[in-house]
Design a protein around this ligand. Structure first.
Ligand code: SF4
Ligand code: SF4
Ligand code: FES
Length: 718
């Protein structure tokens, strides 16, 4: 908590210091007391809609001469408001007295509870929110237990699909307006609103349907079961789920998530608060893209005999690999993996290939992301006074970064942090805040979502943008949007340049020009890597410095490929594929080893800011599936060797020796750590990122494809 402009507030007799401007509800929480609330939400503007957070409050007053009005005891006299006040919209002031436990407060809160339950159907036995419903909890804690209202509850639309992913039960809505505020304030899309008035009010979309990308967040913040995740609906009750706090690896942002599994199946993903990364938000791909985890999973190794796969034990697979690798020299073997493996798996791979004696190792998708200029964090983006996006379709490549840009457009007013966490009702946030469109410039060859909200835009080749921008900051004239963007960067105090796939796939040239622009304008730079752990793996020697990269795999006699969706057609050697499903690549293998998804792994990844984040294994059953460390152990055994790193512990020890960081004890929000030198290598066709939010891996699920219809094909990059 900041120490500036502190005021003293007395909550239930306890004195607490809070910054001036703090809401009364936050002063209450800071004092360690409780108040029920429904409509307030950490990252949304407070509106005082539900009236649950009622307290008695009063302040001292001054005489016209500036002296305090005193009571009979000579103490400052407290002038109480004549009725209970909604503490979420009440600003606390110095000397304010707040009472949360009086009979009057209890009666007011119970009365409001009774009022909320007039119309809310008591669907608890069938409602998916049962067990995690704020209304249920608060009714138990603060309600009367009986209702004096005798009339029928109102009836409205139930099971109403707002989109393929979000379902609405209008009867359950308590009109807290969180979902409406969310869409307007966070992704900047005014699509939901209250229709009708009074007892007839209901929620609906204005345009019909919800826009994709960030719609699922309303299912997390709806305090009752009115808005539900249509992928997870009816698949389990809250108390049946095993909750695992982990990290999303579907893109390089690395949002904090909770994975809910039941009976060994991944049923739901919800957002987890991480102020520095995703606040509480997820993109729809990260939230709803999980059904593939439980569809057609490989649960044991497969060996190809006479052109057909037959199930095998790991021992049989190892012996088949041994036969297949007989007589293959190390320099004719290659090891290729997807770039979202953990740092632990990466260092095990690095140690293993060194031991084998080959330099044919690579990860994909991949391209260099080191710019010789100060690096920006997600908080730097949110609090910048100018952001220039070059070559990135941000809402597809790193979706939650789009939301941090939206915060920047609102003037970078981030919710305050207190000892108890993020403010429940930050009075500096207001509905329909002004957006500083002129602070955002967006350049991409085609129109992106951010083009609609930026003041400066152009649909242009990204390298040309960089070249022109570079000459303008060096004093030449280019005209148009480029000139404006250069002026924006030069005039700003905290500018950030974001670089995306269209720049980065072009190699070092773009990075060097970007560095020149950044250094000339004091801008920080945030490049978006090609995959979830691209940054981490580029710090390990799992790039082909002298050996065959992925595109040269066809020159080898044997290869292990872990979870890649594409490999060169001309590879005709002995192939071991480590995969979660029998994909087209896996079908070409001689031996398939079942792989864990990242929801099932323990380990560490490094996001686009260079932040180390923890992966924890959710309770998902995937038979004999194993991570890459185990798969490498199997290959080592087939080669008659002992792999140098054979488990988490030894991998973490190696990481500590290498980078000086104890990954076993990372902070909850993750930690930004400079891992030092990056190993660069040429990137080609096989290293291109998937720029769409819906990844090929996710689309292995027929359940998801059905929900998305045919629209996803366009999103897949070559
Ligand atoms: S649908 Fe949920 S979040 Fe939206 S207003 Fe109703 S109760 Fe609030
Ligand atoms: S923004 Fe990226 S990390 Fe976050 S939920 Fe979406 S895919 Fe996952
Ligand atoms: S009125 Fe809803 S939380 Fe205060």
């Amino acid at each position: 908590m900041t120490q500036q402009n502190m005021i003293t507030v007395i909550v239930d007799g306890r004195e607490v210091q809070v910054p001036a401007g703090t809401s009364a509800i936050d002063a209450v929480f800071q004092a360690g007391r409780d108040v029920p609330y429904f409509c307030s939400q950490q990252y949304l503007s407070p509106i005082g809609a539900c009236r649950m957070c009622l307290v008695e409050a009063g302040t001292p007053r001054k005489n016209p001469d500036g002296s305090w009005i005193l009571d009979e005891q000579g103490e400052k006299k407290i002038f109480y408001f004549p009725k209970p006040m909604a503490s979420c919209t009440l600003g606390s002031s110095d000397g304010m007295v707040i009472k949360t436990q009086t009979e009057g407060v209890k009666k007011a809160q119970s009365g409001m509870m009774e009022f909320h339950l007039i119309n809310h159907p008591l669907d608890c036995p069938t409602c998916d929110k049962g067990g995690a419903c704020e209304l249920q909890d608060r009714a138990f804690e603060y309600g009367y237990g009986v209702s004096r209202f005798q009339f029928d509850r109102r009836h409205a639309e139930k099971h109403y699909e707002l989109s393929e992913f979000v379902i609405l039960d209008q009867e359950r809505c308590i009109h807290c307006k969180r979902c409406v505020r969310y869409f307007e304030e966070v992704p900047n899309q005014e699509v939901l609103d209250f229709i009708e008035r009074g007892g007839h009010t209901f929620i609906d979309t204005i345009e019909g349907g919800l826009p994709s990308n960030f719609s699922g967040n309303i299912t997390d913040i709806c305090p009752v079961g009115a808005l539900l995740d249509n992928v997870a609906r009816f698949r389990g009750r809250n108390w049946e789920y095993d909750h695992t706090a982990t990290t999303c690896t579907a893109c390089p942002v690395g949002c904090s998530i909770t994975v809910d599994a039941r009976n060994g199946r991944l049923e739901r993903i919800v957002g987890r608060d991480n102020y520095e990364v995703n606040e509480q938000w997820l993109c729809d791909g990260g939230r709803f893209g999980h059904p593939y985890v439980d569809e057609d999973r490989l649960t044991q190794p497969l060996i190809k005999v006479d052109g057909k796969f037959k199930p095998a034990t790991w021992e049989e697979a190892i012996s088949a690999i041994k036969t297949g690798l007989q007589g293959v020299a190390p320099q004719n073997m290659g090891f290729y993996t997807k770039a979202d493996i953990t740092l632990e798996e990466g260092i095990a791979l690095e140690a293993f290939v060194k031991q084998v004696g080959t330099q044919n190792v690579d990860h994909a998708p991949r391209y260099g992301v080191v710019v010789n200029a100060p690096a920006a964090t997600l908080l730097d983006v949110a609090t910048a006074d100018a952001v220039v996006v070059i070559g990135a379709d941000v809402s597809e490549e790193a979706p939650v970064l789009d939301l941090r840009i939206q915060e920047m457009l609102k003037g970078g007013v981030l919710p305050q942090q207190y000892d108890f966490g993020t403010a429940i009702a930050d009075l500096r946030l207001t509905e329909r805040m002004h957006r500083y469109r002129e602070r955002l410039a967006v350049f991409y060859p085609t129109k992106t979502r951010l083009h609609d909200v930026a003041g400066i835009t152009a649909e242009m080749d990204s390298v040309k943008v960089l070249e022109h921008l570079s000459s303008v900051v060096s004093g030449q004239y280019a005209g148009g949007a480029i000139e404006e963007a250069a002026a924006l960067l030069k005039g700003a105090k905290k500018p950030v340049i974001i670089l995306g796939s269209d720049v980065l796939k072009g190699g070092q040239i773009g990075l060097d020009i970007a560095a020149h622009i950044a250094l000339s304008t004091n801008a920080k730079v945030l490049p978006i890597p090609a995959d979830a752990n691209g940054v981490g793996l580029s710090r390990l020697e799992v790039v082909p410095q002298n050996g065959a990269d992925l595109s040269l795999m066809g020159t080898l006699q044997a290869a292990l490929v872990s979870r890649l969706t594409r490999i060169p057609e001309d590879f005709a050697g002995f192939l071991v594929v480590h995969e979660t499903q029998l994909t087209d690549v896996a079908k070409r293998a001689n031996v398939v080893l079942p792989a864990l998804t990242n929801y099932e792994k323990r380990g560490t990844t490094v996001n686009l800011e260079g932040r180390l984040l923890k992966l924890e294994p959710a309770a998902i059953s995937s038979g004999e599936s194993a991570d890459l460390i185990t798969a490498l152990g199997a290959i080592a055994e087939a080669l008659g060797m002992k792999a140098p790193i054979r488990g988490q512990r030894s991998a973490q020890k190696a990481l500590k020796e290498r980078f000086g960081v104890d990954v076993a004890n990372l902070k909850n929000m993750g930690e930004i750590v400079d891992l030092g030198r990056q190993y660069n290598a040429r990137a080609g066709r096989y290293h291109r990122p998937e720029v769409g939010m819906w990844k090929e891996t996710m689309l292995r699920s027929s359940r998801l494809r059905e929900k998305l219809g045919g629209s996803f094909n366009a999103a897949l990059a070559d």
